[in-house]
Design a binder for this molecule. Structure first.
Ligand code: UD1
Length: 415
């Protein structure tokens, strides 16, 4: 990869983080679910594998998932699949609600820091589930779940997938459930809309208070996944770092307010055309800014690394405060190997902007860090080789094709 000037239009795909819990929600019914605009990613393939283990048949063709049920249904999500993707833990709630018991492997540690599941378990216990941890698995059972008032806030605020798990379970619970301090992320709103199409009774999606009136059963439905706000934000960061004008087609600007505000503060001119196109024109010089990652509608932690790559090239000192995953800074050392000057201190990173970065051999540690290294490489002088780039395939569909079409000098080599 080398220094590249990008230009043109890039099409933003369907959201990975919206697709995964929606796929899990198909466990709440035996009828057919058709889900459109699903990105073809490694994480989606992993979730397909898990659903197949749990008794679903799945056809995935041209962005559409057609999910049906086999006669024989299991209630065990095995460690071999769960360990590769933490989001698989959100099968627990729907399995329990529909099949009265569930055995889902506990996801292990993660390179971005500790990722507990206490809120998932607390919420499901409050719905009446008996939960135990045995030999690395979470075992849950309940003849019928019962609605409850559940406060789901944790030390780091709301939890996206704990909200998804408890929300899905509550749709089939007796009586009414109130979830307070629910996650407000668009992916949760999208999940609620999917569940409503299945016949669930939900109010308050997109707010911290969700009210769910349990129903006896849910039906299949047809649904379209929302655009991926993290993919869109990644291209905004790429536009800023390479000082290239880009048009993002199919992006939903209403999900990107904090990101657009940050990009404007850095010096971009951003135009929003309706709700499906965003054009980004960066200034010649990037302003340093302070960024704090927060639950939605705050700045997303999933874009912290990519924006750090931009700020390495700003005219001055920026401060990033990571309030969701205080250890999510594996990319700092790699950016510094490219000539950046970033100092990490606990949940803070102080970034002294440089005139230029230089190509180097670097190593991707996780999905979003790998995107940050690609952005840094496209703005750096000389050639960069990113090892372990397979991380990027978990969350970005055809990333090198999309970048190549925009003029990037990029190629993938077998490692
Ligand atoms: C989701 C996203 C992930 C994103 C994250 C935060 C998916 C598939 N993944 O992950 O890309 O980075 O939201 O926006 O949608 N926590 C607890 N106890 C729990 C659960 C979480 O303390 O039981 C903490 C976490 O350690 C973290 C914070 O809550 O500090 C937020 O995490 P959470 O929202 O749960 O992340 P995920 O839903 O796993």
């Amino acid at each position: 990869m080398g220094k590249s000037q990008l230009k043109g239009t890039v099409k933003i795909g369907g959201s990975k983080n919206a697709s995964l819990p929606i796929m899990a929600a198909s466990l709440l019914t035996d009828s057919e679910c058709r889900i459109h605009k699903v990105p073809d990613l490694k994480d989606i393939r992993t979730m397909i594998g898990i659903l197949e283990c749990l008794g679903k048949t799945i056809v995935f063709d041209n962005g559409t998932l057609i999910i049906n049920s086999k006669k024989n249904k299991s209630f065990v999500a095995p460690y071999r699949l769960v360990r590769t993707m933490r989001a698989s833990f959100c099968c627990l709630g729907p399995l329990l609600a529909k099949r009265t018991k569930a055995k889902v492997a506990l996801p292990g540690g993660c390179v971005i820091g500790p990722r507990p599941v206490d809120l998932h378990i607390k919420g499901l216990r409050q719905l009446g589930a008996q939960i135990s941890i045995e030999k690395g698995y979470c075992l849950a059972q309940a003849k019928r779940l019962e609605g409850a008032n559940i406060y789901l806030g944790g030390v780091f605020g709301s939890s996206v997938l704990a909200t998804a798990n408890v929300l899905m379970a509550a749709t089939l619970a007796e009586a009414e459930t109130l979830i307070e301090h629910a996650a407000c992320e668009p992916e949760i709103e999208s999940l609620a809309n999917f569940l409503k199409k299945m016949g669930a009774q939900i109010k308050g999606e997109g707010t911290p208070t969700l009210k769910i009136k349990g129903v006896k059963s849910l039906s299949g439905c047809e649904f379209e996944v929302i655009p991926d706000r993290i993919e869109a934000g990644t291209f905004i960061a790429a536009s800023l770092a390479t000082k290239s004008s880009l048009n993002l087609q199919g992006a939903d600007a209403s999900h990107l307010r904090s990101v657009i505000d940050t990009a404007k503060r850095i010096g971009a001119d951003i135009n929003i055309d309706g709700n499906s196109s965003i054009s980004v024109k960066p200034a010649k010089r990037l302003n340093p800014v302070n960024i704090t990652t927060l639950p939605y509608p705050g700045f997303p932690t999933d874009l912290q690394a990519q924006f750090m790559a931009c700020l390495c090239l700003a005219d001055g000192i920026s401060l990033i405060t990571e309030k969701i995953y205080p250890d999510r800074f594996m990319h700092v050392a790699e950016l510094n190997r490219m000539g950046a000057s970033v100092q990490r201190n606990g949940p803070y990173a102080i970034i002294e902007g440089k005139h230029e970065l230089f190509g180097a051999e670097v190593m991707a540690s996780d999905l979003r860090a790998s995107a940050a290294l690609v952005i840094a490489a496209l703005s750096a002088k000389g050639r960069t080789q990113v090892a372990r780039v397979y991380h990027i395939d978990r969350g970005y569909e055809k990333i090198e094709d999309k970048l190549k079409k925009l003029g990037a000098k990029i190629e993938r080599r077998k490692q």
